[in-house]
Design a protein. Structure first.
Length: 434
């Protein structure tokens, strides 16, 4: 995704037409939120046709350029497809375990219960896929708030899942990329200074907002028995995903160019354990629609001419966070790694948390919106969760004031991998803003 663009983009009023078409697609998604799939697919078709006729693709011109481009993209798209579909099954297994029904016994009454749930999501995301953390949070919220979850609180769940992985090299795709590229996990760990500071800016108001909208259920139903087999299946899926991610990255990096390792690992466990507990196949059609929507936007974003970034600075890092709310943060991170000169703790926070500002800005947001279709409104998301953008800026400047901007010199890579090898894995952790 960092190769040389095969042709110069066509400019209109100084703006590449690619960006104009993609921007119109996003506007269409915002306005016609009940027709998001149709808008996304139409936008992808228009962008593809434009590049076929006028500007060419990153790997070449014309139809051959498109084929080569998709050859480079198919693994990450397949990984994302398998993860979104697979973690929808995981969330239903978790729901069937009846753990969510028991959560009212753990969560305190009042708005502090909603706050504690967001803290749980934040912590889980430090070592789990952010899609899984968000779906676990969304599933628990559905139960404890009696199916009445406020859009602002849903956005807070997404923000908590994205911010929680920002400081962990196993908590986000982008931080995993940095780790593979030779950056110390301690440099990435600094992102938690900003992530924790920003967390309380949006989490407390969101918890209070949710409490006013629908208070937490005070008493769990009696005589509940945990389905330990369903819970064991959830654990097996998550442990297998983490193991596959770490093993493939450290031992077999070349495989990542050829196979969607993480997605395959998740589905192997789902199918192997199916005789023990039947997966809820009935949710697949609706999940499929939401997944295709995201893949259409991801593919359109991958066609954009984002080959050059401004000089590395804290201002650039701050801007990348906003950019990652609508563009794939994986190529942005890959370009930043190639460019060098960033303070990697800041970059991890910015590209990790930035996608929370719009519902389709991260895979966690898309997963939550599949569970709660009412969240598929950019207008409502921005109107009812604007504090997330404030929290992003606040956390950034808290980190800047405490730690200061200390850019790293171009680092020596631990392994010599092509950029494509580090684009994948932990894909739920922010194919968009995560």
């Amino acid at each position: 995704m960092t190769g040389t663009y095969s042709a110069q983009p066509v400019y209109l009023f100084g703006i590449p037409v690619d960006f104009i078409l993609f921007g119109l697609t996003l506007i269409g998604v915002a306005i016609f939120h009940r027709k998001t799939l149709q808008v996304a697919l139409t936008g992808l078709a228009v962008v593809t046709l434009y590049k076929l006729v006028f500007s060419g693709f990153r790997q070449g011109e014309g139809f051959s350029g498109l084929v080569m481009q998709m050859h480079h993209e198919w693994v990450i798209l397949s990984n994302l497809f398998l993860l979104l579909m697979g973690f929808a099954i995981l969330s239903r297994h978790f729901e069937s375990s009846r753990i969510p029904d028991e959560m009212p016994r753990v969560l305190p009454d009042g708005w502090t219960g909603g706050l504690l749930l967001l803290i749980i999501v934040f912590v889980l995301s430090g070592f789990l896929d952010n899609i899984a953390a968000a779906l676990i949070g969304g599933t628990i919220a559905r139960h404890v708030f009696k199916d009445k979850v406020h859009i602002g609180y849903l956005a807070a769940i997404v923000a908590a899942s994205n911010a929680g992985g920002a400081g962990s090299v196993v908590g986000d795709t982008t931080t995993t990329m940095m780790w593979i590229d030779g950056i110390s996990p301690l440099r990435v760990l600094e992102a938690y200074v900003a992530a924790i500071a920003g967390f309380f800016v949006y989490s407390i108001p969101a918890a209070i907002q949710q409490h006013r909208h629908s208070p937490i259920v005070k008493d769990a139903p009696r005589s509940l028995n945990i389905d330990w087999i369903s819970l064991a299946i959830v654990a097996a899926i998550l442990v297998t995903a983490i193991t596959a991610n770490v093993t493939a990255n450290l031992k077999f990096p070349a495989v990542l160019d050829d196979l969607p390792v993480l997605g395959i690992a998740v589905w192997i466990v789902i199918l192997v354990t199916a005789p023990l507990r039947r997966p809820d196949w009935e949710i697949m059609p609706e999940t499929f629609k939401g997944t295709i929507f995201l893949l259409a936007l991801v593919t359109s974003a991958s066609f954009m001419p984002v080959e050059q970034l401004p000089l590395a600075s804290w201002q650039t890092a701050l801007g990348l966070g906003f950019l990652s709310s609508v563009f794939d943060n994986i190529p942005l991170t890959a370009l930043a790694l190639k460019q060098g000169g960033y303070d990697w703790g800041f970059l991890a926070y910015c590209v990790g948390f930035g996608g929370s500002m719009i519902w389709f800005g991260s895979s966690a947001g898309v997963a939550i919106s599949n569970m709660y279709p009412e969240a598929k409104s950019v207008g409502r998301w921005l109107r009812e969760s604007w504090l997330i953008a404030v929290a992003y800026i606040f956390g950034f400047f808290v980190m800047l004031s405490i730690l200061g901007w200390h850019p790293d010199a171009p680092h020596k890579k631990r392994v010599d991998l092509p950029t494509q090898n580090i684009q994948i894995l932990m894909a739920g952790h922010g194919i968009w803003g995560r």
